[in-house]
Design a protein around this ligand. Structure first.
Ligand code: HEM
Length: 521
């Protein structure tokens, strides 16, 4: 009996060992280099304590512009080659319309709440076609006054911080601001959430973007990464855990937002409201859930017709995503900008001069004024060049085997994830010059012709960030009000250089500054 058990254990060990070895030789078979994977974990262990985007950048320095690593059992091809990136994100979109799959995410093809972000194929096309007009110039103009209300409330808080005259970390305040803005424009929130200790969203949002994710919270995630074939077991275990300990932040948020959408539906006609995303989505709503089924196959964008209808669950899915996407990215961007302005007083002065010239004397900021803030736009672009904070999501799943770029010797196989190393591209001296690591917004002023993939903090191609114009407006309004009133100063507590952390996005550990009132007005 004992001998049989030992023999079985030995046999199983040999089978597992062979299986993991074969799995870890995927890139060898494609003749693609990369960091050596550990038998079970692949290269997961190397992400410990380092944001993934930055680890990938370090590997690029070692292995070059195309290499592969293993996220547990999932091989990921990384590239910073501009032509391959252009093929994957733009030219060959029909073969790369799916995003990288996260280990425990619901199946994007049949999740009834799938957002634009997660969906793919026909379903993505349909959701994107419906959501695009929400961010049209006409709607952005209508949303601008709502944004201003939030920024005015934010300025009151900043006034108080200024009067205290003490250093403080501005990042959590920007998080409150962007959460408030998106809650107003997405689902018509009217309370000032920035001062509300019971803000129903902020802690949930923070939970979804922890600066230093704890292993214990992600145990099922890690299990699913190591054994993707058994992810259904991890999924079941996680569901059970949620039943016992309470749902995770995403589901709590979707519950809250479902209630808001339901209440709005019951609202009588004629209630006066600022325009918001719910309103815009409800106009495109339908009960026809069947119209959402996806055909996860090669897209033929040019021949595709889409039904302009949304189900209630889809509305909730989109709103939850907008809240989460709009909150974290924009607050990080504003924090990085504040750091750069504090450490580059001459750039801050130049930006202030532009703001004074374009916006002086007007109580409200108009869309036309925002559009004239060219230097502000350069400051935002340069910040996002140095800190492409959302690089993790700049990846695609190859939906059908495809040749990409001239430098790959064989087609990219179906099912392989291709990730962009945006940090390396954005700091590449051959693209940006010897001062690539310096903060110099003027570089976006020059008439230099660059490759279309040289700067892409918002992604590229048909799946480029839908909130791009919205976030630029929001950031310009916040910067305008800040510089109209204060001088942002670095202080002994300012971490120079910044320490970066984060998981889903790369964020500054803290941005400690002092606000001084302007003495020239
Ligand atoms: C500084 C601010 C922001 C940055 C850096 C950023 C960055 C990105 C990136 C890199 C992507 C992936 C693009 C790709 O895969 O090619 C993305 C997608 C997306 N973003 Fe943003 N984003 C920002 C703000 C926002 C805001 C304010 C919203 C909504 C209000 C938003 C909504 C979305 C959505 C819905 C997608 C998915 C688009 C699709 O798959 O079709 N983002 N964003």
């Amino acid at each position: 009996m004992l001998t049989t058990i030992i023999a079985a254990i030995v046999l199983l060990s040999i089978i597992f060992y062979q299986y993991f070895r074969k799995r870890n030789s995927f890139f060898d078979s494609l003749n693609v280099k990369g960091p050596t994977p550990a038998l079970l974990f692949g290269n997961l262990g190397e992400f410990w304590g380092v944001p993934i985007g930055l680890k990938i950048q370090q590997w690029t320095q070692k292995y070059g512009k195309v290499y592969g690593y293993y996220e547990g059992g999932t091989p990921v091809l990384v590239t910073s080659d501009l032509d391959i990136l252009h093929d994957v994100f733009v030219k060959q979109f029909d073969s790369f319309h799916g995003r990288k799959l996260f280990p425990l995410q619901p199946n994007p093809d049949d999740d009834i709440m799938a957002s634009i972000f997660m969906s793919r194929g026909m379903r993505w096309k349909r959701l994107r076609t419906i959501a695009n007009p929400v961010f049209s110039v006409a709607n952005l103009k209508r949303l601008l006054p709502t944004c201003e209300v939030s920024v005015d409330n934010f300025m009151e808080i900043m006034d108080e911080r200024c009067q205290l005259g003490k250093p403080f970390d501005i990042h959590p305040y920007y998080q409150q601001l962007t959460c408030d803005v998106i809650a107003r424009v997405a689902f018509g929130e009217e309370r000032d959430l920035q001062r509300d200790p019971n803000n129903p969203y902020i802690e949930l949002c923070r939970e979804l973007f922890p600066p230093n994710p704890k292993l214990s919270k992600n145990i099922w995630n890690i299990f699913a990464m190591i054994l993707p074939e058994l992810r259904f077991l991890a999924q079941g275990a996680q569901d059970l855990q949620h039943k016992v300990t309470g749902a995770n932040a995403w589901f709590v948020l979707t519950d809250k937002i479902t209630k808001i959408v339901d209440e709005r539906r019951l609202e009588k006609d004629g209630v006066e409201r600022n325009i918001d995303f719910i309103q815009l989505f409800l106009e495109a709503e339908s009960e026809d859930a069947k119209s959402t089924t996806n055909e996860n196959k090669k897209l033929e964008l040019s021949n595709m017709k889409v039904t302009k209808k949304l189900t209630t669950q889809e509305i909730v899915g989109q709103l939850t995503l907008f809240l989460v996407a709009g909150y974290d990215t924009t607050s990080n961007s504003l924090s990085y900008i504040t750091y750069e302005l504090a450490t580059h007083p001459e750039i801050q002065e130049k930006l202030r001069a532009e703001i004074d010239e374009v916006c002086s004397g007007s109580a409200e900021i108009t869309y036309e004024q925002v559009s004239k803030l060219k230097y502000a736009e350069q400051v935002i672009k340069e910040t996002l060049r140095l800190y492409p904070l959302a690089s993790l999501v700049q990846a695609r799943l190859c939906m059908s085997s495809m040749e990409a770029g001239d430098k790959l010797k064989q087609p990219i196989p179906q099912g392989l994830t291709v990730a962009a190393d945006v940090w390396s591209v954005h700091r590449d001296k051959t693209i940006w010059g010897d001062d690539a690591d310096q903060f110099r917004p003027e570089r976006f002023d020059e008439e230099v012709q660059r490759h279309p993939m040289a700067w892409f903090p918002f992604g590229a191609g048909p799946r480029i960030c839908i909130g791009l114009r919205f976030t630029i407006i929001e950031q310009k309004i916040a910067l305008t009000r800040m510089l109209q009133r204060f001088v942002i100063k670095k202080c002994a507590e300012t971490l120079v250089p910044l320490r970066l952390c984060g998981a889903a996005t790369v964020c500054p550990e803290s941005v400690d500054i002092v606000l001084e009132p302007r003495n020239d007005i």
